[in-house]
Design a protein around this ligand. Sequence first.
Ligand code: HEM
Length: 419
Amino acid sequence: MTMTSIACNDQRGLIFLDPAAYTDQEGWHAVAADLRDNAPVLRVEAEGYTPFWAVTRYEDVFDVSRHNERFLNTRNSVLGPDVQLEMLTGMGIEPKTLIHMDGEEHRQHRGLANAWFRPRAVSQRQAAIDAIAEQFVAKFRDLGGRCDFAQDIAVPYTLRVIMSIFGVPEEDEATMLRLTQGIFGAADPEYLGDLSDPFALLTGTIAEFEEYFNQLAADRRAHPADDLATVIANGTVGGCPMDRDATLWYFTIVATAGHDTTSFALSGGLEALLRRPEQVRLLQQDPGLVANATEEMIRWTSPVRHFLRYLTEPAVLSGVEVPAGDRLLLSYPSANRDERVFSDPMRFDVTRSNANRTLAFGGGEHFCLGSTFARREIRTILPKLLAAVDEIALDGEPEHAQANFVGGVKHLPVVATFR
Ligand code: HEM
């Protein structure tokens, strides 16, 4: 596995820092397995980064996630070079989404959009999700049964589902996609375009989001509609309207968190399936397995690679004492391959009995708001796709995004014979 040249006290810690490390999944998971066995709470000191403790075992990630009063989220909840945060601060940009809040403030803000994400609300949208899924299966057929499943199907499909509840019109979806990739994919050369500086891409993206969402908010205040954008634009917290910044960041998290994550789970999950043709046949014979297969795809891919938490008091995790004030990196991909919980964890198995114990959606107060949508999107398109084809197989080598926050398979060449 090739590693970045960042100076680090323990080379193994680089798997969390180096965006390119995630492109070699086998190599990445080999290092993570070693850490779980030999250094489950590893202190990482890297040049240019505030030190952190990498937490790799399932039980520790689970425990920390559930004790939100002791392990806080802050504005620095995602790993990045210190200089990046300093520069953002210098420009007056202070990210403050649900992910960056704690306690009552977090509960009140989350409460605003919660109703839209409950299982009942998602079920009410099933017919719309069905229709969008069918449209994309037809697109695959129209492409002659050969496509880059990630870019042609998974990305636009998951984007359209979320944007349809959000209320962003179809003609603006390409802009939403570009802006999301500007935030999540700033480390991947493919998304840099003409810019050589990831920071310039990030700040430029934030500015564009601001402009777009200010207009959207103004429109929904003047013309309320039955969509999530209207709820956010007119939202009140503690009896007062949300301020301009809080509104913008709310728009930003809902617009960005929903589709890249889910599309990576879908593409990476399909890759895993296609590498085991007997599992494809199993699903084709018994569509009742689709729900469990979805859990396994999400466990397997863990598209969100980490979040950070801060200790309000000293804590002991897997026998390691971590002082108050330090920060922890919760490694979801590692927790989801922990052999203490998942037997033979490096095997992709749609019949795995406890696949739904996945920690890919985190836990506790910040448990992914959109998990029901994410699951539903995959569960909806997968059986439609498998029912439409006789044969489906990889048509070349998949390519992984270089990203240490949200990532996965970004190109997935697939060929299928439609019925
Ligand atoms: C497979 C797909 C997805 C994965 C793996 C995923 C993963 C996560 C994770 C790990 C967290 C943080 C949990 C924690 O800190 O304990 C999170 C939070 C969040 N997710 Fe997702 N997510 C996915 C899909 C979605 C979708 C479809 C939406 C819809 C908009 C969404 C919206 C959010 C929001 C708003 C938060 C912040 C919640 C909070 O801090 O209270 N996610 N997600």
